[in-house]
Design a protein around this ligand. Sequence first.
Ligand code: ARG
Ligand code: GLU
Length: 753
Amino acid sequence: MSRAVRTCALLLALLLPAAARADEGMWLPLLLKQLNEADMRQKGLKLTAEDIYSVNRGSLKDAVVQFGGGCTGEIISGEGLLLTNHHCGYSQIQQHSSVENDYLTKGYWAMTRDQELPNPGLTATFIVRMEDVTGAVLQGIPGGIAEAERERTVQQRITQVAQKAVEGTHYKAFVRPMFGGNEYYLFVTEVFEDVRLVGAPPSSIGKFGGDTDNWAWPRHTGDFSMFRIYAGPDNKPAPYSKANKPYQPKHYLPISMAGVQPGDFTLVFGFPGRTTEYLTSWGVDEVYAASDPAKVKVRDAKLRVLDADMKASDKVRIQYAAKYASLANYWKKWIGEMRGLRRLDATARKQQQEQQFRAWVAQGDATRKAAYGQILDQLEQQYRLVRPYVVARDYTTEAALGVELVAYANSLQNLLDLIQNKAPQAELATAVGKARTGTTNFFRNYSAPTDQKVAAALLPLYADGTPAELLPDYVKTLRAKNTSPAAWASFAADLYGRSKLTSEADAQKVLDELLKGNAQPLLADPAYQLASAVVSTYRQKVLPTYTTAQDQITLLQRTYMAGLRQWQPERKFYPDANSTLRVAYGQVAGYQPADGTEYEYYTTLDGIMEKADPTNPEFEVPARLAELYQNKDFGPYAVNGTVPVAFTATNHTTGGNSGSPVINGRGELIGINFDRNWEGTMSDIMYDPDRVRNITLDVHYMLFVVDKFAGAGHLVKEMKLVNMPLNGRANSPLEPNTKKQKVKVKREKAAAL
Ligand code: ARG
Ligand code: GLU
């Protein structure tokens, strides 16, 4: 940004009311009218809150689904066509792939409906309605009772409320706490379970830039895949059947071809997973100084091992592709998060806020003092107490159970328990049956030699990182004996050599014996012995204190949250993300990642060709894409002579928002959310309007890949494209499509001021 522009932006910022500048927040759709509608309309929304969320008629929410457990998807045709990210459909694409039929590498496109591939276990969940049920859940629960007791009552009521809400329907329901349990909301859902894979680009498009570009801007990843929801003859959810019909949605999103301009209104509608925006300084410090560093260190080591083995073998590459991606993802995120928290001086900011809060309490009457006078000191005390247990927990889950053999051995513990408790044979047989399926699935994607190297690298980290008094004696002894990497490696070699749990055939034999009630082979297995030492010590020494302290923190944090809301009655609060449906809104914008650097708000196909590197598998460009580029064969998907690929905006998003529709002021799809910028990853804890950006795949690139690259134009025909540029002009009066020129004009004008 030139100095003049910056001065101008600053002036503007000063003129606007504070609320209009910050795009922070993940809002409950139910409360948009009350809290956000005016602000949204001022920022460019042409719709009403009712157009976004309505129970009585089709609204935008009816085109948004939770995709599987952790992503979002949107419906883009009257026949249930569903759009989400490539990385969200990744395990399904992988599931259908083999070395011979490698859809990860080559992509997949169903050219007819009967080529659409079923995915057992995959669901698409619509939100039918939501409701504030705080009264019904909390009624009559006294303030001072123990957290565990409160939780029991709350759980009972939640079950009742949810059951009653869906009586006599095929709907499902759940209730989630908001504001740390100061409020509760009911969600009634419709869950579809026949969701078929329609298409996915090759990874060289869908994962272009790989882990190098992950969490990064400028970005050129074609991160999308397509599915289709199928329903029974009555258009209601039905288990997979060949006879099922494409689902007819109450609403689907038209797709805007008008392109985006800086400052354009954007709305992200999806299922953000988890944020902790109202932590205290001690909570922030725990993440920043203890948890993130520990987890990063362990994953560093694990990723290095996996990377080497995946490069050496195609089989291992396919087996570990999804596991690697998911490990690398949060590894990189946590590194960005630590940097962002440091840059914002987040702990100090929280301390400042806490001082102001204390001052407010001190000025108050006796009631206020009684309610909040102790709260911060008590929180500090609990955080101090819990710190070593948090560290032990992180090392146990990331390092010890990060060894797949240890995690697998531990998964058989419940069979032992059944035998030791003399459970009825039928129960044991069912459990063994489940374990057999689990075992088959586990070994499909397991390489024992790779895991052995992981064990050699991770076990010493576990032994060194866990506070000594929380370590199993067994591991303490190992730690004393194995003082070099070579010693740990030979320990691992011996362990994997002797364990019967490193191959499927042997593991099934162990299960045969368990079915007969013979626990001996498992008990004698060295991998089981290690797992059992780790987990039982964790259960005995770590978990009790960890749980009590966390319960205390939950309770105290709830009170603190109530205090914050009372302290700042004018401020609009949004509840932390908890995998429920939310609306984030903001505007298209670039940013300055660092002093002296400025990032544009969009990228194009030109940038893909600039990044192309045939010697680096992360940046390989498919020949067909290069050819289309050379011939400028862009179909109707070009803007100013190239294809827009991705853009950034100020929406407040987090994990789970992947695949979320990015919608313009008229309710049309302009892109698919797929990532956040690295400089903004601390927004799960603290949002920064200057640097937090969500990264969106532009619909132009998605359509171009489907139609021109994959030759699946029949899918584009199914969609509703609007604002098509006619004779070089968009047919909407609102959105000229001469993007680059328009931006230039704006800049020059600004500079002249
Ligand atoms: N960072 C994105 C998200 O949190 C994308 C992850 C998948 N991509 C990858 N290269 N691992 O989920
Ligand atoms: N890629 C993330 C997801 O899978 C979204 C990025 C973010 O955390 O903001 O949900």
